[in-house]
Design a binder for this molecule. Sequence first.
Ligand SMILES: [Zn+2]
Length: 650
Amino acid sequence: MIDRATIERILDAAQIVDVIQEFVPLKKRGVNYLGLCPFHNEKTPSFTVSPSKEIFKCFGCGKVGNSVNFIMEHEHLSYPEALKYLARKYHIEVVEKELSQEELDKQNERESLLVVTAYAARRFSENLFHTDEGVSIGLSYFRERGFRQDTLKKFEVGYSKDKRDAFTNKAIEDGYKQDFLVKTGLSIQHDDRVFDRFSGRVMFPIHSLSGQVLGFGGRILKSDAKTAKYLNSPESEIYHKSRILYGIYQARKMITREDKCYLVEGYTDVMSLHETGIENVVASSGTSLTQEQVRLIKRFTPNITILYDGDAAGIKASLRGIDLVLEEGMNVKIVLLPDGEDPDSYSKKISNEEFTGYIREQETDFIRFKTQLLLEEASNDPVKKAGLIKDVVKSIAVIPEAITRTVYIKECSTLMEVAEPILYQEVNKIRQQKTFQDRNKYPGPEDLPVPPPVMQKQVQGTGNETAYYSEKEIIRLLLRFGAAEFEKISDRISGKEEIRTVADYIVTEITSDELSFDNNICQSIFSEFRFNVEQGLIPGEKQFVKHEDPDISHLSADLLADSHELSRIWREKQTYVETEEMKLKEIVSDVVLKFKSDKIKTKRKEIMSQLEEAVKNNDTENIIALQKRYALLGTALKMISEKLGNRILL
Ligand SMILES: [Zn+2]
């Protein structure tokens, strides 16, 4: 945990143009800066950075936020990670909440292991490019396979010398502790002897999302070797093979940009695809895909395309694993390569244009692919066909989205010549079984008796779009015009004129009617604002744009980004355009009225359902009371409507 004072220092220091310019070239346009959006593909710039508001906004894809949001989004970091990134940039020492001795030891050990793997990667790379053995054996292997120098550097490949303890001895000589060499799995300890795990192999470092080397894959080059062709680092404090994907560090930006991730099998497949210009590619490095790996991809895109070597047996074996990907709600496509080819070999056989063209044309939706593959096999055998239907239905049943399931059921019904209702029935059966199993696994709140409908409504709140709109409008006006003059009032006794601010007016109107916000973030901003106003202070917009709570800063940035626009309510009223400042008093009072009328409408809906319940229970006393309240609120609503003009409210 980063302490509060540090967060404030970081937010104060971060200059948005400075932060963003490191990733996006920006040009000054009037008071703002303009550039090509890094979050979507565009040819004309619509990515705007406002140094005065300290926010960015893309008018193409709608991404918006402050400097921390930008770093989170662009570098795929968590909130604390993004803060630490900015702290490093501005040389701010990060004060964290104290860790226990145990936590400290663990953290220190992790860091020590990362230092060792980073050293090993450097050492192996030096071997590859700058030693006779490395050049003649390792580098010539990569050159023969046609890899370019820039690709080798990009993936930081290397070479481990063909001598039992060459690496271990050098590392110890360079001051690295044997204990850590063994813990990373780079060295193996046997009784009192220590030797290299990877001797005589070309080395592929496996990077974390942020580019730290976590482990290695090593390929033996001797053809007569009695050991496995590929060897990986063992599991360690830093390397968990089920949680990482080879190439994710080099691919992550392009995955976001292209909104798609290609999945291949091997290290050289990843590197070869980069050379063809396809950079959004990762490998599961031999193991079958795990749920953690799927979720890692999902952080960047919901679209995944799997490149398969053209070998029918292999494909069928791996089909089952794909249900896992569907289960995460991802869209899965398949590209089948020609028989006997893998992505590495095939991409080298044909030109880059031919290769990327092939992938584009061959890409098939997974369910369709599976159905066709199995259909070919079942041909006219009815027993086999029944099995096939079950198999395909199982895959459809794991898809979380109902709409997607429906689309697939329609399509498979045509492909397999089975009536839709039968498929629906099967899918629902599987889903019910699954729900039942899950419930038995994790008894949770779903197992409690379902509350009556009235209760449910109250719990859920209204979820009403227009109500949320007026809540946001109130917050926007507070942030943007809080300190501005709402009206002049004269003191009744002294007759002196005083200025009433927009903040004063809104806070008083809302608190005196004891109204609150359904949206938690709006409520938090309002409460903080109100607290300040009651202390005689009017907080500026920056206090919220740079707020330590990321939800608050994000919403504030979003609201302020649009502040040049007229309030929607006001726009509907006017036929000509005036600035908000010119009509501030009218706009503010209209928005407050709209907010109140939305609250009344929500309340009336609640009362109506309570009334229905009371009628059902023959609860006469309650019926009368509720009817009274309902009518009373109706009168209030009518008064507001008259003030606002009916057309807007109805
Ligand atoms: Zn954009």
